[in-house]
Design a protein around this ligand. Structure first.
Ligand code: 4AD
Ligand code: MG
Length: 424
């Protein structure tokens, strides 16, 4: 019986009943212009004061009835001429976003700023993007699993590990569910986890938060090349899911459509780390780039700009990457890994074939100065019927930044967490 604002344009000349919140309020002569917001967006209504029941302010919740008329100047090209407007929940007259909006204010008052259409749009796209991932992984016979969040050892190195008190002892917050997902392969063969990961990142950059959403598929009987194939198909499928199944969510992102179409059609690029360094040095204005350097955001984006699409960089130096990665038998300087670089953001995926032989894994641990005792259970996995396997971790927020070309990761989370922020 209630019409959603998105449906209003289809009801030209008809009477509709709407409910939502007063997104904007303006008085002009003897009329009020009320922009009503609901979960599908906004629509403008005009109403005379005598039709309003209750005290109306920005962000009051309301119900209104009226006739739909075409009006090119209104958002969505239609307007509702209200014959009745009832205030359900009053709003105090000091709605803070009447004033100047700064980034700090948007973070300090996040509990109210989440109502902005900017966040609304991004969160709806994010939710469908995740549906797209699940849909694809389901079709490919992956089983969703839930790794623990409290863990006893690092997956990705000690420097970004959060320590928490744990009944007189200590535990850590998980940086990645990977090691646990690996343990489930002998039972389920193809699994994925979608969970928050925690990183005690001291770096304040446009692409780091301390808590992010991590999608981590892990596959038995899979090598590093097949792993990249899956990364490419998964991300392309989610772009297709958005473009074809949920085009209305991209209504306010029309400027993104051309690039998204291109990304889903074309083959993505794969180059080795040493080739990437050479390219950066000779063609991409990084004259100081040399073997052994880690790639930073600038270098990563230079690569995606150069190829104008996603770029998988493979075969990183062994000492730059995690202990669980399989070394290249052809040349043990390198590991069978890849990072996937997304346009506008850089690294969105970290991936590798895993070291599946017990003694080689033990040797890697020693090189990385890890105590094998802390990983005894993980070593066990290599004692009882180990198989070649691979997997990867996708930062959901990072990929969303690529897709919508967002400037800062804070735009992708309702409550982003940084070094200096856990409130609200
Ligand atoms: O490259 P990372 O550290 O890889 C792993 O954690 C592997 N164990 C994953 C796996 O193979 N299952 O992290 C994976 C991705 C990064 O590429 C990035 O997209 C995201 O997680 N990420 C972050 N996103 C936002 N803020 C941070 N501080 C992030 N740290 C990593
Ligand atoms: Mg990484």
């Amino acid at each position: 019986m209630y019409t959603k604002t998105a449906e209003v344009p289809k009801k030209k000349g008809k009477e509709v009943k709407l409910r939502g919140w007063v997104h904007r309020l303006r008085q002009l002569g003897d009329k009020y212009f009320v922009v009503l917001r609901d979960s599908t967006g906004i629509i403008q209504a005009v109403v005379t004061p005598d039709k309003i029941k209750g005290k109306i302010d920005t962000e009051a919740s309301i119900e209104l009835t009226g006739k739909v008329v075409e009006d090119k100047r209104a958002p969505r090209g239609f307007e509702v001429q209200a014959t009745d407007l009832k205030v359900i929940g009053e709003s105090a007259s000091d709605w803070p976003f009447h004033r100047y909006k700064s980034t700090e204010m948007e973070l300090d008052l996040r509990h109210l700023w989440v109502r902005s259409t900017k966040i609304q749009d991004v969160l709806r796209v994010k939710a469908k993007m995740i549906s797209g991932f699940r849909h694809f992984l389901d079709e490919e016979d992956f089983c969703e699993v839930a790794p623990p969040i409290f863990v006893s050892a690092a997956c990705e190195g000690g420097s970004t590990l959060f320590e928490v008190p744990y009944f007189g002892g200590k535990a850590y917050l998980s940086q990645s569910g990977q090691l646990y997902s690996e343990s489930m392969l002998p039972a389920l063969e193809k699994v994925y986890a979608l969970a928050p990961s925690f990183r005690a990142e001291k770096s304040r950059t446009r692409r780091h938060v301390t808590e992010y959403w991590h999608l981590e598929p892990e596959m038995a009987w899979t090598d590093w090349k097949q792993n990249i194939d899956l990364q490419e198909s998964l991300l392309k499928a989610s772009i297709t899911f958005l473009l074809d199944k949920n085009p209305e969510l991209l209504e306010n992102y029309q400027d993104r459509l051309t690039e998204l179409e291109k990304w889903r059609k074309e083959k993505w690029i794969r180059i080795r780390y040493d080739e990437a360094i050479e390219l950066l040095k000779t063609k991409l204005k990084f004259p100081k780039a040399k073997l052994g350097d880690d790639l930073g955001t600038k270098e990563e984006i230079a690569l995606t700009d150069h190829f104008d699409t996603f770029v998988a960089v493979t075969h990183y130096p062994r000492d730059m990457k995690a202990f669980y990665m399989k070394v290249d038998e052809k040349d043990p300087k390198w590991v069978l890994s890849n990072d996937l670089m997304g346009p506008h953001v850089g690294e969105i995926i970290g991936a590798s074939e895993r070291e599946w032989k017990h003694d080689l894994l033990l040797e890697n641990m020693k090189i990385h100065k890890l105590n094998p005792k802390d990983y005894a259970w993980y070593l066990d996995l290599r004692k009882y019927g180990s198989v070649p396997h691979s997997g990867f971790g996708l930062g959901i927020e990072r990929f969303l930044m690529s897709v919508l070309k967002l400037e800062h990761i804070r735009e992708t989370l309702p409550y982003p967490r940084f070094m200096n922020r856990t409130y609200p």
